[in-house]
Design a binder for this molecule. Structure first.
Ligand code: GAL
Length: 445
């Protein structure tokens, strides 16, 4: 049976959350609207018309929620600062109540012996900046640097661990290419300009933190998915390679000073040729202290000439009769092992932390219990794979479970439950699930 102590005494165990998904108080206490506040008001964008206005009411319940993190036995609490809560217009006037709130959250962590890991950008762009073009506009970099400087100067004496961006591929692809996440922009031109400005932001953010926060431990978090060709045919293998450029290589390679993955992907090359300055990789790279990796599923792809750009599409786990979570995401701990190894093979990565991993299940609250045995099994398998990676000598130093409690799961609304703690969204009653108790025992072991 796997034990936390197998990972060694210095391994860091944490749980991750994000502002929009839990805070609520979306239009109170001086907070400005974020793109998620406006996007969720557009009809048909979020399942069942849900919106993050109240979410888990963490804004009012942060003290008991942070105590819950301690009760479960974690040492790290990863949360994000809502940009429009501290800068309601994205730049300019500062909201003192917002600044106070994160001081309170940080102080509560420290009082409970938890180490705060702060994410600067977990997808809640101030709506005022979206009106200027959001991540597609060059001006976003100036505004992001102002936000980063404010956070670093305000909290840097208490917070030493920082994550600049959460999954830049996630918010640029879902929000600026496919339009299924906020702000709902579509098309390749907006996607690639959002990508470029996000790539600049991740490196600029690192540099600002380095100069403003003495002793800072600076990382940024990438989504990653092993990409598997459906067959070994040349067409499927090439399709998988294009998907890999898009899903796995697009942000880490510029961050490491390697530029964009254009040689293996002609569409990317077309954009870098059009914008020759994108090849000036100096501003895109930063010497991160750690790389955050977030993995949920592998992806199997098949050549498909009718799909524009990629000429490839995913063959879903369900149709391949593979085990999957309530999101339809394939459960496959070997693929977790493979993709972490793929990233670990890049030169110059000093340290890897798993900054998110977890599963959505069809949880049912019965009395005071949630018997989520599937989630327990998921964590067992994935932690087993992680241990193997660590034992092979890869410098993985921490693991953060996604997530503390059921929350606002973006376009899925409150319909997908990922928490170790069940949340009743009507009463805001928290109930520790069996997986939460499992982690509590595991972390004691
Ligand atoms: C990640 C995201 C989290 C959470 C998780 C589960 O991509 O960073 O905020 O939603 O997926 O879907």
């Amino acid at each position: 049976m796997i034990k936390a102590s197998d990972f060694g005494p210095d391994f860091l165990w944490g749980v991750a959350v994000a502002a929009t998904q839990i805070e609520g108080a979306a239009d109170s206490y001086g907070k400005g609207p974020s793109i998620w506040d406006t996007f969720s008001k557009r009809s048909g964008k979020i399942k069942k018309g849900h919106h993050p206005a109240t979410a888990c009411d963490f804004y009012h319940q942060y003290q008991s929620d942070i105590r819950l993190v301690k009760t479960l036995g974690f040492k790290i609490f990863r949360f994000s600062i809502s940009w429009p809560r501290v800068l309601p217009f994205g730049k300019g006037p500062v909201n003192k109540e917002g600044i106070r709130f994160y001081h309170d959250v940080i102080d509560e962590c420290l009082a409970n012996g938890l180490v705060p890991y702060v994410t600067l950008y977990h997808w809640d762009l101030p709506e005022a900046l979206e009106r200027e073009g959001g991540w597609t506009a060059f001006s976003i970099n100036h505004a992001f640097n102002e936000f980063t400087t404010l956070c670093a100067r305000t909290y840097g004496d208490k917070v030493k661990n920082w994550i600049v961006l959460n999954e830049p591929f996630g918010f640029t692809s879902l929000g600026y290419m496919l339009g299924i996440h906020a702000p709902g922009q579509t098309g390749l031109t907006s996607f690639f300009s959002a990508v470029h400005h996000a790539a600049i932001a991740q490196a600029d953010g690192g540099r600002i933190l380095r100069s403003e926060v003495p002793g800072a431990n600076i990382g940024t978090s990438f989504s990653c998915s092993e990409v598997v060709p459906y067959t070994q045919s040349e067409a499927d293998v090439m399709a998988a390679s294009r998907f890999d450029c898009l899903m796995n290589r697009l942000f880490i390679e510029p961050a490491l000073g390697m530029g964009y993955p254009e040689t293996d992907w002609d569409v990317m090359e077309k954009f870098t040729i059009q914008h020759s300055t994108w090849r000036h990789t100096g501003r895109l790279s930063f010497d991160f202290d750690f790389i955050g990796l977030q993995n949920y599923f592998p992806i199997t792809v098949k050549y498909n000439p009718f799909v524009p750009i990629l000429q490839a599409w995913e063959v879903k786990a369900k149709s391949r009769k593979k085990p999957h979570t309530a999101m339809g995401w394939e459960i496959n701990a070997d693929s977790f092992y493979n993709i972490i190894k793929q990233f670990a093979a890049y030169p110059n990565i000093k340290n890897i932390m798993i900054t998110e991993n977890g599963a959505a299940c069809h949880d049912k609250l019965t009395g005071n219990c949630v018997q989520d045995t599937e989630r327990i099994e998921y964590f067992r398998l994935y932690l087993g794979a992680l241990l193997k990676i660590k034992q092979e000598g890869i410098n993985v130093t921490g693991y953060m479970a996604w997530t503390l409690m059921d929350n606002f799961e973006w376009a899925e609304g409150f319909n997908a439950r990922f928490g170790l703690v069940y949340n009743d969204f009507k009463t805001q009653q928290r109930t520790i699930k069996d997986s939460g108790y499992w982690f509590q025992e595991f972390l004691k072991s």
